[in-house]
Design a protein around this ligand. Sequence first.
Ligand code: SAH
Ligand code: SF4
Length: 362
Amino acid sequence: MQNLLDLDADALIAWFAERGEKPFRARQILRWIHRFGETDFDAMTDVAKSLRALLKETACIQPPVPIRDNLSTDGTRKWLMDVGNGNAVETVFIPEATRGTLCVSSQAGCALDCAFCSTGKQGFNRNLSAAEIIGQLWLANRLLGAEPNGERIISNVVMMGMGEPLANFDSVVSALKLMLDDHAYGLSRRRVTVSTSGIVPAMDRLRDECPVALAVSLHAPNDALRDKLVPINQKYPLKDLLAACNRYLDKAPRDFITFEYIMLEGVNDGDEHIRQLIDIAREVPCKYNLIPFNPFPDSGFHRSSGPVVRRFSQLLNEAGIVTTTRKTRGDDVDAACGQLAGQVKDKTRRTQKRVVPIQEVL
Ligand code: SAH
Ligand code: SF4
C-alpha cells in the first residue's frame, strides 16, 4: 500500500504516470487529501470510479495518530503523535493575534546532542517519513477545525520541533514542497521556516532544492563555546557556518538569517558575547532571536535573568541589529522549546536514551 501522504506533487504525478494517469489527476487527488482533508477515496466524487477503485486497492492516506492532546492556559496546543514502533513525536500549535504557527517535528529524538536540549538528551531513534512530517500539518488542520475554503488557522510552519530537519533531508524537503504547493497548503516561502543547528552541506542543498526561511541555532558566538554547546560545530565551525549562511541568502525568501540564541546564565550571556555577536552580524545580514532557556531535569543550565536578557537585547538593538526575545509559550503543558517529551521521561524516572514510549502516556 502506498501512503499518498508520502508523495509530494512531483512524486504523485510520477506515481500516477506509472499507472497511465495524467498529471491533472494527481493534482486533483492532492487537493482532496491536503486541502479538503479527505481520506476516503469514495468521497472524491470528481475522480473516475475506475481510478477510485485502483486507489482503494493500492493506496491509502494514513496520517500519524494523535495519542495525547493538551491545551495550555495561553492557548498553545500540543499533540503527541504515535509514529509506530512505540515512538511518539510532538507537534505544537501557537496561536497569536496575527498568525497561527505550527511547530513540526522531523525526527524521533535527535543524534546531535546539544548540551541544553532535552530532545538531544534522549538520543536518536529514527527519521520521520514525509507522511509523518506533513501528516502533522494535515492532522493539526483537522483537529483545529480548518475549513477547506475558510480562513487559514495555520498561517506559518516552523520546523523547530523534535529532531534536526537537515539530518532527514529528503523527507523534510518533500514535506516542505507540499507546504508550499498551491494544490496542497499554499504557504509562502517566507512563512515556512527550517531551523538547523548548522549542517553546512545540507544548508547548500536546501538553498538549491527548496529555499524557505532559515533559522540557525547559533547559541554561542565563538568556536570554543559552540563546540561544547552545539557539538556539530566541531565538524562545521563558525567560519564555515557563516559562509553557508551568506550563500543561503542568495536564494532565501527573506534577506536575513534568524540566529537563535538560548540565554544560559553565566555561559553565553556576558558582555564579551555581545561584542562577538555584533562582529558576526557584520559578516551575515541577520536578526537575533533570544530564547529564554527552558529548564528540564539535570540539564545543568539556568535561564539568564530577565534584566540580563533585556540588557543583552538592548545593546544588540543599539548596535543596529534587530533583536527579539521569544516569549515562552505553553510551558504549563511542557510544549515550550526544548521541553518536548522531556517531562514524560522525567516522570518515569528513567534516564536511558529513548523517545517517549506510547504505553507510558496512554
Ligand atoms: N534541530 C533544530 C530544530 C529543533 S530545535 C535546531 O537545533 O535548530 C528548535 C529550537 O529550540 C532550537 O533553536 C533549539 O536550540 C531550541 N532549544 C533546544 N533546547 C532548548 C531549551 N531547553 N530551551 C529553549 N530552547 C531550546
Ligand atoms: Fe537536535 Fe536541535 Fe536539540 Fe540540537 S537543539 S539536539 S540539533 S533538536
